[in-house]
Design a protein around this ligand. Structure first.
Ligand SMILES: [Ca+2]
Length: 365
């Protein structure tokens, strides 16, 4: 019994007790973790007027005291706003309050907003007013479906659909849900600069995941949160005026460096909308890293994703909880050691008891 107690004690010490679920909006209102140098908050003091401002803007962007309008509801506009301070936080959560509205009726509006965490900043281009072949993370709020052939049958990984024999599929395509995704649609993309964004297909071939959202012309506030912590990228939305986050994307195996820039951009084409950013609030997540992780040069990390399929199967952290402690190598080692010790103790005790019994039996003879 004592040994059992000791094992439980060790398990508890190792953090294997049932972990309390920490709600996604844990950082909400926790002003001590708000990083002002990476946040864009009303009334946007100094933005566009002061040289010491921590935000630059470009293109059609208009800064008022109530919102930052990246584009107005007019054709062929492009605008962006960028944090001038590179972000060296290892674990962070960005909350974006935005508003997309315009006179266009259903399906007659576009193109949407992109939120960026990239190596370069203020680099205009064709992807929502920003450069293509970017290096880093992009989250797209795409309000117009460009790919009208989204329901097409796809070839079977370049092979004929009618093949004979065994095939093993490693499907990195975001499966059937994506085929009938409805718009507006939120998606995420990570690139080391090698991938182009396919505007004509709404970025389908490069998306890591996504969700459909009704976000246009809302009377209430609409929010998006992007969290990056411990190699996990989570995107949540709060768009129903219920003051609660709903998960949109949650994937593991993501690697993003520090030292990149946050920004936001938007573009209109033949169709348009007002694309407004109300606020971008950056929160530092208080996460402990191992000494080895701390000693790495995080600025040298190349943006990448190792697990594209079924991110929820990537149980390095079953709760998705950024404060939890996943099993690291030494913990697994300790656990195995405990189990081994337990077996050895059992074997020794068993052997001793067996021997004693044998001796006692002998005496009776
Ligand atoms: Ca689109």
């Amino acid at each position: 019994m004592n040994r059992l107690g000791a094992v439980w004690g060790i398990l508890l010490l190792l953090g294997l007790s049932p972990m309390p679920f920490v709600h996604a909006d844990i950082t909400d209102g926790n002003s001590e973790h708000l990083k002002r140098e990476h946040s864009l908050i009303k009334p946007y003091q100094g933005v566009g007027t002061s040289s010491s401002s921590q935000w630059d803007f470009w293109g059609s962007t208009l800064v008022t005291s109530q919102y930052v309008r990246l584009t107005s509801d007019e054709r062929s506009k492009e605008g962006s706003i960028w944090n001038t301070v590179p972000c060296f936080l290892k674990d962070w959560e960005m909350h974006v309050q935005f508003k997309i509205h315009g006179s266009g009726k259903k399906n007659l509006h576009g193109d949407g907003i992109a939120i960026w965490y990239t190596r370069e900043r203020l680099n205009p281009g064709p992807v929502y007013g920003n450069q293509d072949h970017f290096v880093g993370l992009a989250v797209f709020v795409d309000t117009f479906r460009n790919d009208l052939h989204g329901m097409d049958v796809r070839p079977v990984f370049g092979n004929s659909p009618k093949f004979h024999g065994l095939a093993l599929f490693i499907d990195t395509y975001p499966n059937d849900e994506a085929s009938d995704r409805s718009f507006p649609y939120i998606s995420a993309m990570i690139s080391n600069g090698s991938l182009p964004y396919d505007h004509g297909k709404d970025g389908r071939s490069t998306e890591l995941g996504g969700c459909s959202v009704e976000i246009r012309n809302k009377d209430h506030d609409t929010y998006l949160a992007i969290r990056y912590s411990r190699g996990r990228l989570t995107i949540m939305v709060d768009i129903d005026d219920k003051n609660e986050w709903k998960e949109c994307i949650d994937i593991g195996g993501v690697r993003l460096p520090t030292g990149y820039y946050f920004g936001s951009s938007a573009a209109t084409g033949d169709l348009s909308d007002n694309h407004d950013i109300i606020s971008m609030k950056m929160y530092q997540l208080m996460v402990e890293h191992t000494p080895e992780e701390e000693n790495l040069d995080w600025t040298k990390i190349e943006p990448s994703v190792s697990l594209l399929k079924s991110p929820k199967d990537n149980i390095d952290d079953p709760t998705g909880n950024f404060r939890s402690t996943p099993l690291t190598g030494w913990k697994v080692f300790l656990l195995l050691l405990c189990a081994l010790l337990g077996i050895v103790v059992c074997a020794v005790v068993g052997a001793v008891v067996f021997q004693k019994r044998q001796e006692r039996n002998k005496r009776f003879y």
